[in-house]
Design a protein around this ligand. Structure first.
Ligand SMILES: Nc1ncnc2c1ncn2[C@@H]1O[C@H](COP(=O)(O)OP(=O)(O)OP(=O)(O)O)[C@@H](O)[C@H]1O
Ligand SMILES: [Mg+2]
Length: 290
């Protein structure tokens, strides 16, 4: 299957997901000593060594691609805010009023890029993930704030409808934040060229009647996808965007599944797409495997 990687057409590998979630990273330090005592043993050990090297190179490649994907958004935001600060300072007299807010955003985005890299290092070193109780409503509001610049650039708005008194989730808040960032960036991209009335993205957070699961639905009124695209949405390196890596959905699904949840897509009856996430609430018996 043809896919696009960084603007280059490649033959896509059909795996189900990219390795971002902790526990799926490369096995650092795997060493196999060839047994040279007899020829058959040596051949087996050499083959095994080659196989491990191939496996490790491929895991590292997946990890590098995932890292490139995930740090791109905060780094782009930092660059854009730093450039805006330069423009404010170049005015005569310098417009200092907005600088504080810009710098505060630079600090938040830098910390996020740093945290993403730290997670990758932990994953590569097979260290345990950072699990805590996650306030999903707070997480959604935070992500909507983080994407303020991208939302404006798309001429769009994001509306959040958060059910009151939601149970907490148990997991890695940074990774769950990444999922929401990926899905919202896709939705913003899908509505960018639509009529103004359709450039609204809605994110709704609900809890099931038994309070066992939290649902997050991200709905847009964008271009949508045809049946063929729908079938390959979650495949890594499959993208319709000229500058896309085709990794956002694959990484997001890996993270959600590692949290014991599900992520799936739906084509809306009228226009656009809805992406659904379902995650076990903290009190639910299902345990996350992150
Ligand atoms: N909300 C959406 N509306 C329409 N198409 C979508 C939507 N979300 C995803 N897609 C389609 O699915 C493809 C894969 O999405 P995915 O996020 O995995 O990669 P990408 O956005 O192309 O690139 P990136 O790796 O930068 O995220 C997109 O190229 C697009 O064709
Ligand atoms: Mg994407």
């Amino acid at each position: 299957m043809k896919a696009n990687l960084g603007g280059t057409d490649i033959e896509a590998r059909e795996t189900n997901s990219a390795s971002l979630a902790p526990g799926t990273g490369p096995r650092a330090g795997s060493v196999v000593e060839p047994d040279t005592a007899n020829q058959v043993g040596a051949t087996f050990a050499e083959n095994e060594l080659r196989r491990l090297h191939r496996e490790r190179a491929s895991e590292l490649g997946e990890m590098a691609a995932a890292l490139a994907h995930e740090v791109d958004q905060p780094l782009t935001a930092i660059l854009s805010n730093a450039q805006a600060a330069q423009r404010f300072l170049a005015q005569n007299p310098p417009a200092l009023g907005d600088l504080q807010e810009l710098l505060a955003e630079v600090v938040v985005d830098s910390a996020r890029a740093h945290a993403i890299i730290r997670r990758m290092r932990q994953s590569a070193r097979r260290e345990p993930p950072e699990i805590s109780a996650v306030d999903v409503g707070g997480l959604v509001r935070e992500v909507v704030g983080l994407l303020r610049r991208e939302t404006q650039a798309a001429g769009a708005s994001i509306t959040a409808r958060i059910e009151p008194a939601l149970p907490h989730l148990r997991g890695d808040a940074l990774q769950l934040q990444q999922v929401l960032v990926n899905l919202l960036l896709n939705a913003l991209d899908a509505v960018r060229d639509c009529d103004a009335a359709d450039r609204e993205v809605c994110i709704a957070v609900t809890v099931t009647a038994d309070r066992g699961k939290v649902g997050i639905a991200i709905r847009d009124r964008g271009l949508g996808v045809d049946a063929d695209q729908f079938a390959t949405l979650f495949k890594p390196f499959v993208t319709s965007r000229p500058d896309g890596l085709g990794l956002g959905l694959s990484i997001s699904r890996t993270i959600v599944m590692a949290h014991g949840g599900k992520l799936w897509a739906e084509r809306n009856a009228d226009r656009g797409m809805t992406f659904h996430i379902e995650l076990p609430a903290q009190s639910a018996s299902t345990k996350a495997h992150v």
